[in-house]
Design a protein around this ligand. Structure first.
Ligand code: PLP
Length: 364
């Protein structure tokens, strides 16, 4: 079966360096918040072109902590999209705030900036656009609305490590930005991990308190914090993989080009790219009118195409009928019916790409 991602293959391709990094940590005798985390925080912040990075336990916590650092919580509303990983929405509720949804742009599957203004109420404190599938959100109009209405803009970059919006890296445009290092992400650990980056030294300091019990010094809590730390092993592994991130993203882009060329005259809608951004192809997502039948056909031919995401967050049992904006998301609901992610990951062989192309072409 050709899968949608293959973190084991990625490990094998860097095995020697990763194993050496793991051994280095094991032998150091220091396993939580040490030199590896400190080095990875500054290396990843520099890569993203932001001054500060704070390692945390996962991407969901990164969003939760970013909101908490802005003192956004109970009674506050946060505008985001429903066409996203459930984590974006779960994190807003973990912080105690209320998610409010706006629809996505049909061409790009990302937040429609024109819908944000109408969703703002006196309780709105922040907007969380999601750079979905590796494609940057059209951020400038959202940043402009945020400035004019006094809202924080927090980028969800969990699917877009290394992508650019205009000349900037995603993650360097908003007040804060959140990354996940879940194993299947473009930059993935061999376990859980996450990071919040920010240009603001005060937010950086608050995040450092919040991620470890509110401690400014050991055993003395200055604010009500939590436990959300990145461990040394994951940081050491991520340092190895960060060096290869651009190379890995280039490999993804080459596969995307092969799909584009091979599917150009097929009855599927190919992923649109913004002129003013670079897509890093966390997923290669087509729209197919008979999506479920195409997916089954591919499965019968040994190809595990996935659906990201089959049920929009606002229609999932845990959220249905209780969150603002849920009754007016036609493009989100259409996307959920039509999207299909084809296999894309560094190390996917040209012959496998060919198998996928033949599978799709035989169907449509
Ligand atoms: C993966 C993901 C997250 C959450 O990351 P975890 O590390 O799994 O908690 C958040 N937002 C989006 C868009 C994601 O894809």
């Amino acid at each position: 079966m050709i899968g949608c991602c293959n973190p084991h293959l990625q490990y094998l391709s860097r095995k020697r360096e990763i194993d050496a990094a793991v051994r280095r940590v094991m032998d150091s005798g220091w396993y939580i918040l040490g030199e590896e985390v400190k080095a990875f925080e500054s290396e990843f912040a520099a890569y993203t072109r932001v001054d500060f990075g704070v390692g945390v336990a996962c991407g969901t916590d990164a969003i939760h902590l970013a909101l908490a650092a802005c003192e956004i919580g109970p009674g506050d509303e946060v505008i985001t999209v429903s066409h996203t990983a459930v984590a974006t929405v779960a994190a807003i509720e973990q912080a105690g705030a209320v998610p409010v949804f706006v629809d996505v742009e049909p061409r790009y599957f990302t937040m429609d900036p024109g819908k944000v203004e109408a969703a703002i109420t006196p309780r709105t404190r922040a907007v969380i656009p999601v750079h979905l599938y590796g494609q940057p959100v059209d951020l400038d109009p959202i940043l402009e609305t945020g400035r004019r209405r006094g809202l924080r803009v927090i980028e969800d970059c969990a699917q877009a490590h290394g992508a650019r919006y205009k000349s900037k890296r995603v993650g360097s445009c908003g007040d804060l930005a959140c990354f996940s290092f879940y194993p299947t992400k473009n930059l993935g650990a061999l376990g859980d991990g996450g990071m919040v980056v920010t240009p603001d030294p005060e937010l950086d300091q608050r995040l450092r308190l919040l991620r470890e019990y509110g401690w400014a010094e050991r055993y003395v809590s200055h604010v009500q914090g939590m436990n959300s730390r990145l461990d040394e092993l994951q940081a050491a592994i991520l340092r190895v993989k960060l060096c290869k991130l651009d190379e890995d993203n280039a490999a993804r882009a080459r596969i995307a080009q092969q799909y584009d060329a091979g599917l150009v005259d097929c009855d599927v809608v190919l992923p649109a790219r913004r002129e003013d951004g670079t897509h890093v192809y966390h997923q290669y997502v087509v729209r197919a009118p008979r999506r479920d039948a195409l997916r089954q056909h591919l499965r019968d031919h040994g190809i595990a195409a996935q659906i990201h995401f089959p049920v929009p967050v606002h229609l999932q049992p845990a959220y249905r009928g209780r969150l603002g904006g849920s009754d007016n998301l036609p493009e989100t609901e259409r996307a959920a019916r039509e999207v299909l992610s084809l296999p894309i990951y560094p190390g996917l062989e040209a012959s496998e790409v060919q198998t996928v192309l033949e599978g799709v072409r035989a169907f449509v």
